[in-house]
Design a binder for this molecule. Structure first.
Ligand SMILES: CNc1ncnc2c1ncn2[C@@H]1O[C@H](COP(=O)(O)OP(=O)(O)OP(=O)(O)O)[C@@H](O)[C@H]1O
Length: 160
């Protein structure tokens, strides 16, 4: 069975000589309370790019063009103790948009300097790959979460 597909998009800007990324504390659902990028589930038949455009708008009110989304890779999350949480996330970065980010039912977005990303209040995997993505890189990683549903316990090369 293919894993459910989700997407995440990090809006980045230069502000006062500092590179910043837009994050928000998730108000409900999977990962409630964690700081996350904008994103969510792909709808049936929807591409990851189209889902990212839609989710960015739904969650922050900002308009991004599909052509301005930079594909930065794919992350696979396995939860052997809660299979329903296993999913695969397409990662995008975007530095061009229209409008000012504002709050939504999903999260209230805040800008963080890339040097001050609150990894202690994010999913455990984020510290392992997000710095690379924010530095301009691409990622293809797989993370296995433990019984506590919060801690990365393995990072295999690939999981069938
Ligand atoms: C396990 N380690 C993880 N580390 C970092 N980020 C994680 C994550 N697991 C899920 N994510 C992100 O969470 C969003 C999907 O969440 P999910 O609840 O499935 O969808 P969400 O309810 O937000 O969207 P809809 O309400 O369907 O639009 C999506 O951006 C995805 O990249």
């Amino acid at each position: 069975m293919p894993l459910p597909q989700v997407c995440v998009c990090y809006l980045v800007r230069e502000h006062g000589g500092v590179t910043q990324v837009l994050l928000g504390r998730k108000k409900h659902g999977l990962g409630q309370g964690y700081f996350v990028g904008l994103g969510g589930k792909l709808e049936p038949g929807e591409s990851a790019v189209d889902a990212a455009v839609r989710e960015v708008f739904e969650e922050s009110g900002v308009d991004v063009a599909a052509s301005d989304l930079e594909p930065r890779g794919l992350l696979t999350y396995h939860f052997p103790h809660r299979e329903a949480w296993s999913q695969e996330s397409s990662v995008f970065v975007c530095s061009t948009w229209t409008g000012e980010p504002s709050g939504s039912d999903e999260l209230d977005p805040e800008w963080f300097a890339v040097a001050d990303v609150p990894f202690d209040e994010m999913w455990d995997d984020a510290r392992r790959w997000l710095p690379e993505v924010l530095a301009g890189g691409r990622v293809r990683r797989t993370f296995v979460f433990g019984e506590d549903l919060a801690t990365v316990v393995a990072e295999p090369e690939s999981v069938a």
